[in-house]
Design a protein around this ligand. Structure first.
Ligand SMILES: Nc1ncnc2c1ncn2[C@@H]1O[C@H](COP(=O)(O)OP(=O)(O)OP(=O)(O)O)[C@@H](O)[C@H]1O
Length: 869
């Protein structure tokens, strides 16, 4: 990959190995945030496009896409370009890339394309070219960046309720670009991070330094963009090209004049990084360039706001006596401008109107008249005035004479620009060899701007300097974006994750603060790794090389099934890429499928993450998952507390969210129902839901109680699993015992493949698992007969819900589609329609089977040979 920022003359070359999901490529592209992506035409032949092409076009729908011929991807040309264009200070890049053929080929195609599109070439030895693998920085994939709202708010892309919004107090475009790219690619090198933190600390302790630096930095223009324009040589000399070169030379002078004030502001700083930046400003070349510029450009030529001001600056930029012809042309120009002013004041006298001379870049000089007389209409104005327009109570117009004078004015201006341009080009050619020091300057300015911005953010809230250790420990940390949004400070919480306890499972009712907490940790981690202070009383981090999140966003409009597929893709990506240096945040996994499978998937994922020592935070509503702590020592259960208060007006219990995190798993029951009740769900539905839930819970308890054999098996299995675990953990255990226990476990798993897969406690937790067993079909032959869907629907509805028998026939009556949906039901109950009460008689027969089913159930476990074992 090769990329060029058209606003800053630097080329980044990358080459790295990626897997077939192309996650790294996509992430890298997201960081670069391209305006246009160029690919070889062979990668996107219609009907035969590559996977990479498909992925890129899907992920960057609003980005222009261009194909160029394959022949332009030429590594030899790429190397030539780099040799020719790279500035001396960065020429070591040649060593890095000379055998990296892919990025060289990409560089060749890119530069050729830029030349073609911009109609200009880069001046020799003018570009900063560097190689950037995918190392050195922490990896945050693009969907995590979106989930965490690093740069864009998911609800409203226009508001700045993002991490970038929290930290961005930068004053220059370069500073804000730098902050943006740092947030997406935080550092991983502790030494560099600490150097930045030292600077922030010094800025916070030394007010004079802070304000002094801030005032200088805010006067800088976009140095990178300036450089970019300066190093491009237009292929044709147009007036626009000439004008922009002159403007840029004035900007360059303005920028260089800020070097000394910046040095003064940094004079007394003490931290190594600030001292290094101060040192970089000592570069003699700044003074040299400025001196050279001053021999040609007037001392008072400077950047000014307003187009007429800038036009005057450009016109008189070059000192007098440098070119005789230029001086003459300028005199002519001044005369014309004076003539225009004189003509307009004559007109004002002639008609007795308050006329003023105005200027705009589109119209040139024109006449403006502000009148309090609302009644004055445009046709009352003298006929000499043409092209009249009115905005509020101000008329703008011109006259035939004025148009002619404007043309003369433009003519002489073109001459002036042309001559000035010649002089400027000569000057630029003399200073090109020194201009590379500006790369350093733009680097210094953008970095200082970002560090000032960090310090600024700290002054607005009580952030703390983070430490870097092997532990993730945050004392009383809070969510920085929530703080920005809400009137009150968010509730703070602690976090403690170490290698010995690397997975935290978080439970709690809906809306209790789980997702917020997860995001808060990731945001703090990112802030720390870019060198910012963090919102906490104390914070220590383990450097994360990757940050992964799986958080479902609220505005997900996809269907349930694709939500599930999205979940699975995201989790697969995490499992493939996570290692012991990752921070992983999973917010509710397995929501898009049924509970059993959801738990199964969550459990298996958790076990995997437990084994790789990644720092993982996992929120869930599956309380069964919390029992994993019985098997693994490195998992910790935490929950969000809520309080119950009496709502006297509605005479109901209301939940009071404390947003406080505590040890253990939540003891709240049926909180989903409570949340549903508090929402606008119709009360009758909530009532029904509550009843069904009670029935299911009762059934589960009954099944658990009704089988002593099952209990016995549960205990045996549990014991066996623990022994296997113990055998695994202890080197001293004889192999024999381990083999015996493993066999025992294997045998058990064969008998209960699904149940055991999901959880060692499966039997206790999922009496319904037995439903899926092959025996179920034997036990419910009639159910299967009635409807193809009966196997799924019956046990859940009819079995658990005694009122179903009453409701079912009614449903058929109410819905004409019922007959279509349950054709068999209509056959089996032909009398339904005619004779309603009889249906009720028939129906209970179905229910008759159920009590027997319940009896059959426990027999599942009651298998003699298994008991033997
Ligand atoms: N620490 C906190 N301090 C103050 N308010 C908070 C805090 N945490 C969360 N909130 C508020 O509570 C709301 C709900 O929080 P959040 O979405 O994190 O809940 P949740 O437990 O993940 O809910 P669900 O289980 O339904 O996804 C947030 O929008 C936020 O306004």
């Amino acid at each position: 990959m090769a990329s060029v920022d058209v606003k800053s003359p630097q080329i980044i070359l990358s080459q790295f190995a990626d897997n077939t999901t192309y996650a790294k490529v996509i992430t890298k592209l997201k960081v670069l945030s391209p305006l246009e992506i160029i690919m070889s035409n062979t990668a996107c032949v219609v009907g035969n496009s590559t996977k990479l092409f498909t992925l890129i076009t899907e992920n960057f729908k609003n980005v222009n896409f261009t194909t160029v011929q394959r022949k332009y991807f030429n590594e030899t040309k790429g190397l030539e370009y780099i040799e020719q264009l790279c500035i001396a200070e960065f020429s070591s890049v040649l060593m890095e890339v000379q055998s990296r053929y892919y990025c060289l080929a990409a560089a060749a195609a890119l530069l050729k394309y830029v030349e073609f599109i911009q109609n200009s070439v880069y001046a020799p030895k003018s570009l900063k070219i560097y190689f950037q693998g995918s190392e050195q920085t922490a990896m945050i994939d693009s969907s995590s960046a979106q989930n965490l709202e690093l740069l864009i708010n998911n609800q409203d892309y226009r508001n700045n309720h993002t991490l970038f919004g929290v930290l961005n107090y930068t004053k220059t475009a370069g500073g804000s670009r730098r902050l943006r790219s740092n947030i997406l690619e935080p550092l991983v090198d502790v030494e560099t991070i600490n150097m930045r933190l030292d600077c922030v600390q010094e800025l916070l302790q030394d007010e004079e330094l802070f304000f002094g630096l801030q005032s200088v930095i805010s006067r800088f223009l976009d140095t990178e963009q300036l450089l970019s324009v300066l190093v491009q040589i237009p292929k044709q000399d147009t007036v626009n090209a000439a004008e922009s070169k002159i403007t840029n030379l004035i900007y360059l002078k303005h920028t260089l004049e800020l070097v000394d004030p910046l040095k003064v502001a940094l004079k007394n700083c003490s931290t190594p990084l600030l001292r290094a930046y101060h040192g970089s400003l000592e570069d003699k070349r700044f003074g040299l360039i400025l001196e050279k510029i001053k021999t040609v450009i007037n001392d008072d030529a400077r950047y000014m706001k307003g187009c007429l001001n800038m036009r005057t600056q450009k016109c008189y930029a070059v000192r007098s006596n440098i070119s005789e012809f230029l001086d003459i042309a300028r005199r002519t120009y001044t005369e014309i401008v004076d003539d225009i002013a004189g003509m307009i004041s004559q007109l004002a006298e002639k008609y007795g109107l308050p006329l003023r001379t105005s200027f705009s870049s589109a119209r040139g000089f024109f006449i403006q008249m502000t009148t309090d007389c609302a009644a004055l209409s445009s046709d009352q104005l003298p006929s000499e005035f043409i092209k009249i327009s009115k905005v509020k109570n101000s008329y703008s117009f011109t006259s035939a004479d004025l148009i002619k004078m404007n043309e003369r004015c433009q003519e002489s201006l073109r001459e002036i620009y042309h001559m000035t341009y010649m002089i400027v080009c000569k000057l630029l050619s003399e200073i090109y060899e020194y201009i590379h020091c500006l790369y350093k300057l733009s680097d210094t300015v953008s970095m200082l701007d970002m560090l000032l911005s960090f310090a600024h953010a700290c002054t607005l809230s009580d952030y703390v300097r983070p430490e870097f250790t092997d532990t993730l420990a945050i004392k009383q940390g809070w969510h920085p974006i929530l703080e920005k949004i809400s009137a009150e400070k968010p509730v703070a919480n602690n976090t403690y994750i170490t290698e010995g306890s690397n997975v935290v499972i978080i439970t709690g009712p809906n809306m209790s603060g789980k997702s917020t907490y997860l995001k808060q940790i990731a945001l703090c981690q990112i802030m720390a790794q870019i060198g910012s202070y963090v919102p906490a009383e104390y914070a220590s981090f383990r450097i994360a090389e990757q940050i992964f999140t799986r958080i479902s966003t609220d505005d997900d409009i996809e269907t349930n099934s694709s939500t599930f597929m999205k979940e699975m893709k995201e989790i697969a990506y995490i499992l493939h890429n996570a290692n012991d240096k990752s921070l992983i945040l999973i917010d509710e996994l397995g929501r898009g499928t049924n509970t059993e499978e959801g738990i199964g998937i969550s459990y298996a994922v958790c076990e995997h993450l437990l084994s790789i020592k990644a720092f993982t935070l996992f929120t869930t509503h599956f309380l069964e998952l919390c029992h994993i702590d019985a098997l693994y020592l490195n998992v910790e259960n935490m929950h969000f507390e809520v309080q119950h208060v009496k709502n006297t007006s509605r005479n109901k219990d209301a939940i009071l969210y404390t947003y406080k995190l505590s040890r253990g798993l939540t003891e709240e029951k049926n909180y989903g129902l409570k949340a549903a009740e508090a929402s606008s769900l119709p009360p009758s539905i909530v009532l029904d839901a509550r009843e069904i839930t009670t029935q299911i819970t009762r059934q589960i308890l009954q099944n658990q109680r009704s089988s002593p054999e099952m209990d016995r098996w549960r205990v045996v299995y549990h014991l066996a699993t623990r022994l296997v675990q113990a055998a695994r953990n202890s080197q001293l255990e004889p192999d024999k015992l381990r083999t015996y226990l493993c066999n025992l476990k294997k045998k058990y798993q064969e008998d209960y493949p699904r149940a055991a897969e999901h959880s060692p406690r499966a039997e206790q937790d999922y009496p319904r698992a037995a439903e899926h067993s092959p025996r179920a079909k034997q036990d419910y032959p009639r159910a299967a007969e009635h409807s193809p869907r009966a196997e799924q629907d019956y046990p859940r509805v009819a079995e658990h819900y005694p009122r179903a028998a009453e409701h079912y026939p009614k449903a058929a009556e109410h819905s004409p589609r019922a007959a279509e949906d349950y054709p068999r039901a209509a056959e089996d109950y032909p009398r339904d329609a005619e004779n309603y009460p009889m249906a009720k008689e028939d129906y209970p027969r179905a229910a008759e089977h159920y009590p027997r089913a319940e009896q059959d159930y426990p027999r599942d476990a009651d298998c003699p040979d298994r008991t033997e074992e």
